[in-house]
Design a protein around this ligand. Structure first.
Ligand code: IMO
Ligand code: MG
Length: 429
């Protein structure tokens, strides 16, 4: 029996969806712990190509119960669309459960996300404009609406009236935008409530029953450590805790119950949205990685900024997550490069820095110090054993794990399930 958390080690988009889909066959429950439809987890398996935003990537395993935990913010319109699209494609979603404590993303959250971004001007964060920040703000301000409210029409209408009254004042008086209609929103959300009701439960007892029955549980993190509001590149972060400790709070498990944490890292670095990125490549190599890796957002389609592997950030992410091992993805994207660079420290003024500065003004002044390694310049497609990888690729992967300070457990060489080398199964470790 084990509880394994899969978390992003960088700025998101590391390939968590693939790793979760791969490991789901060992788990009885796969639970999403945080974030909302800012996440875009790509899964490619025998059922097809899927972009998952809210439904856990364990849904493709018929034995697996899937949970959207209390820490997730749910846009019901997006969730229903995802459920319908999965159903149409032959995926059974009757095993999907949503925590009655999960907060709702409302139309005013999405609207305000955009208005706030516009108002920030040159200091905009580059959010996904899916209402994530405003929904989490309401959660901690104790004015949010939750799944439990959604399935009780009377309660929902009463709470919406109070919330919308306040939001409409903000929308009209501060931002000068037209108000949103109460009746329209109420009726739309009543319909969502009817649709989602069979899935809404208290998910805490479900998880604890599975624990006491000795079943394996997989916690699917969203986003990545550097987007954490406390430890990440604040304010260029998201609004929920994407680290392993956030996974505990996001589903209702104590930290003593998590047996292992796996960090998913790309063999290089990408980021969407604004903020400093010392190893960013604005040259041909950056474009090559973007094109070869198809580095365009799953959620927003935005081109991702690409750069060399930043081992300073990666090691820091491993520390704040308590990582046991790493899953290294997209190693194949580097197949053609003659030389690879790894950032091992930053030069800042006359000194050397080996961790992430708290201030982004300071971080923006950091210049990467690189270690270079020869590339392998041959195709890794179809390789299924670590020892069959070109020696330079083996050395690069092992060097990254060494710098990160965690064991290498999985190497991914493509989007499909079979394009994977498993050195150690985290459920058997
Ligand atoms: P997955 O789970 C990559 C980024 C946004 C933006 C910042 C804040 O697919 O790895 P938000 O909409 O959350 O308020 O935006 O966070 N961001 C992600 N980047 N992958 C994600 O999720 C992300 N979720 C949020 O681009 O910079
Ligand atoms: Mg993403």
């Amino acid at each position: 029996m084990a509880v394994v958390a899969v978390v992003g080690g960088q700025w998101g988009d590391e390939g968590k969806g693939k790793i979760v889909d791969l490991l789901a066959e060992h788990a009885s429950i796969v639970a999403r712990c945080g974030g909302g439809n800012n996440a875009g987890h790509t899964v490619i398996n025998d059922k097809g190509h899927f972009s998952m935003h809210l439904v856990p990537s364990g849904i493709f395993d018929p034995q697996c119960t899937c949970i959207i935990g209390n820490g997730v913010v749910v846009d019901p319109a997006v969730l229903i669309e995802e459920i319908d699209s999965l159903t149409e494609r032959g995926v059974d979603v009757s095993r999907l459960f949503i925590s009655n404590r999960a907060h709702l993303i409302m139309p005013y959250h999405t609207l305000l996300d955009g208005l706030e971004e516009e108002a920030r001007g040159a200091r905009s964060i580059g959010t996904t404009r899916r209402g994530i920040g405003p929904a989490y703000s309401d959660k901690v301000a104790r004015t949010g609406l939750r799944m439990a409210d959604l399935i009780d029409e009377q309660v929902f209408a009463a709470k919406l009236a109070v919330a919308l009254d306040q939001k409409n004042r903000l929308i009209t008086l501060v931002y000068g935008a037209p108000p949103l209609s109460f009746e329209e929103m109420r009726d739309q959300y009543f319909a969502f409530g009817k649709r989602l009701k069979p899935h809404v439960v208290d998910t805490v007892p479900m998880l604890h029953a599975a624990l006491s029955e000795g079943k394996n549980i997989l916690l699917e993190g969203a986003q990545g450590a550097l987007l954490d509001p406390d430890f990440g590149t604040y304010p260029y972060v998201t609004s929920s805790a994407p680290i392993s400790s956030g996974c505990c709070g996001g589903v209702g498990l104590g930290p003593t119950r998590i047996d292992r944490a796996i960090g998913v890292y790309k063999a290089y670095t990408t980021r969407v949205g604004a903020g400093p990125f010392p190893t960013e490549l604005k040259d041909e190599t950056g474009s090559l990685i973007r094109e070869r890796g198809q580095e365009f957002g799953t959620t927003t389609g935005r081109p991702r900024r690409c750069g060399w592997f930043d081992a300073v950030l990666a090691r820091y992410a491993a520390q704040i997550n308590g990582l046991d091992s790493i899953a290294l993805t997209r190693l194949d994207i580097l197949d053609s490069l003659p030389t690879l660079k790894i950032c091992t420290a930053y030069r800042w003024g006359n000194g050397i820095v080996e961790t992430l500065p708290a201030s982004m003004d300071d971080f923006g002044c950091c210049e990467p110090v690189y270690e270079e390694m020869p590339g392998w310049q041959s195709s890794t497609a179809g390789i299924r054993r670590f020892e069959d990888l070109p020696p330079a690729a083996q050395r690069y992967a092992l060097r990254l794990a060494e710098l990160v300070g965690a064991r290498l457990s999985i190497v991914s060489l493509g989007a499909a399930r079979e394009q994977t080398i498993i050195l150690q199964n985290p459920f058997e470790a």
